[in-house]
Design a protein around this ligand. Structure first.
Ligand code: UD1
Ligand code: UDP
Length: 396
């Protein structure tokens, strides 16, 4: 099977890693297209180097810009690549501008669109990712959902071809084929969460390779890990300042480690000036974005995680680290429902109070079965082979 994989942003590189391995083990031919949405070495190259993702055959070099600029230029670049490469499927991840552009480019060329991490919803169309999610799912032929709740979201939207009722797919009993795919309502299939695969796959090697705790002189459970990057938290100076003040207040009690997304670095420079971070009084270690291995180690050893990242909320749950999410809504409801994640909005007081509650919380551990069995990537390959009825061609 000839697969064109489209990635462009940090979390997509991580999600693609276990899937690329599974495709290679089954002798499929994967052609990776990097849209260039993320391009700093610490936001891109580091993941290709560390996670052995195939080197992109194409880099569209789209770079940063507004939504229309980014989506439009990726769309134009991809059309040319897809016409040339003639893949059996186009594989997309998550909810970025790279994802929605990939979906549009492929569907208009009548190439089957396969979406990993579909069905996720925050029910807030002011969030750009929500627009990308809804549109991508709508034109996808197979939608791989990470959880049963994501399958439920699609059921509510009128999708009918839901394998195994939204529970993890039973590969031996696939009841749909590509002939069942109807315009605009793809087959929905729960394989579990590929981020869980990645976390399991790379945990041991991260322990071996990462020296981040020593480098930053950190002791396990004696620091808070913070990441922020959502537009609603960074594009408004007042909101951003509240969040930074919240972290500053927490740092009166404990060290805060803050790997800073470039979006935040730029916003701080723009709103408050380049000297602003030097004026933060307390114990906040601000560093550049870190590699996945370093991030896993920082997460696993944190006392509490404070974030607005989708992926980091999951990972907090995987590692049983209490998490505070600096948002009013999250599409990742499992971790909130099972007590490990609390939503706190963006006020300094609420962030601090939620941190105190999270630090002292002792939620009942309900396991991780809601994220599957850590074999989502293998299931993905088997399901696509069966549904698309594409014979495995051994590449020389
Ligand atoms: C994007 C995704 C978001 C995802 C996030 C993961 C969209 C709409 N958003 O948000 O869903 O959660 O990636 O991190 O697709 N920048 C750099 N260097 C880089 C990349 C970005 O300096 O390598 C700066 C630029 O100033 C850019 C800003 O960060 O304008 C935002 O980057 P962009 O890719 O537009 O959005 P993210 O906030 O990263
Ligand atoms: N991550 C990383 N280094 C960092 C911050 C995050 O490797 O400095 C990883 C994190 O472990 C998770 C993914 O990036 O796997 C989440 O990406 P991000 O927060 O950028 O986007 P989101 O998940 O919100 O879309």
């Amino acid at each position: 099977m000839r697969v064109v994989t489209i990635v462009g942003a940090r979390p997509q590189f991580i999600k693609a890693a276990p899937v690329s391995i599974a495709l290679a083990l089954s002798h499929h031919n994967e052609i990776v297209v990097h849209t260039g949405q993320h391009y700093d070495p610490s936001m891109s190259d580091v993941f290709f180097d560390e996670l052995c993702i195939p080197t992109p055959k194409y880099n569209l070099g789209v770079g940063s810009g507004g939504h229309a600029f980014q989506t439009g230029n990726i769309l134009i670049g991809l059309e040319e690549v897809l016409i040339k490469e003639k893949p059996d499927i186009v594989l997309l991840y998550g909810d970025t501008n790279s994802t929605v552009a990939g979906a549009l480019a492929a569907v208009k060329l009548h190439i089957p669109v396969v979406h990993i991490e579909g069905g996720v919803r925050s029910y807030d169309m002011c969030v750009p990712e929500e627009v990308n999610r809804v549109l991508t799912d709508r034109v996808s032929h197979i939608i791989f959902v990470p959880t049963k709740s994501a399958a439920g979201n699609l059921k509510n939207e009128g999708y009918e071809l839901i394998l195994n009722n939204g529970d993890i797919v039973d590969i031996e009993n696939l009841i749909y084929s590509k002939d069942d795919i109807k315009q605009g309502f793809g087959i929905v299939c729960n394989i579990g969460d590929v981020m869980y695969d990645a976390a399991l796959m790379f945990s041991e090697i991260a322990k071996e390779k990462s020296g981040i705790l020593e480098e930053l002189n950190l002791k396990s459970k004696q620091y808070v890990l913070a990441t922020i990057h959502r537009p609603q938290n960074t594009d408004d100076a007042k909101v951003l300042l509240e969040i930074i003040n919240g972290l500053d207040k927490i740092s009166e009690k404990t060290t805060v480690v803050f790997p800073m997304h470039p979006r935040v670095q730029k916003a701080i420079n723009q709103y408050f000036g380049t000297d602003f971070l030097n004026t933060i009084k307390r114990n906040i270690i601000i560093i550049n974005p870190v590699s996945y291995f370093d991030m896993l180690i920082l997460e696993k050893n944190a006392g509490v995680i404070i974030t607005d990242s989708g992926g980091v909320q999951h990972e907090a749950a995987f590692y049983k680290i209490p998490c505070v999410t600096v948002l009013d809504k999250t599409p990742w409801i499992e971790s909130v429902e099972n007590g490990w994640n609390r939503l706190c909005g963006t006020s300094c007081e609420e962030i601090y109070n939620s941190y105190v509650i999270a630090k002292n919380s002792n939620p009942i551990w309900k396991g991780l079965s809601c994220y599957g069995y850590g074999d989502a990537a293998k299931r993905f390959v088997k399901v696509v082979e069966r549904i698309m009825n594409i014979a495995v061609k051994k590449e020389n």
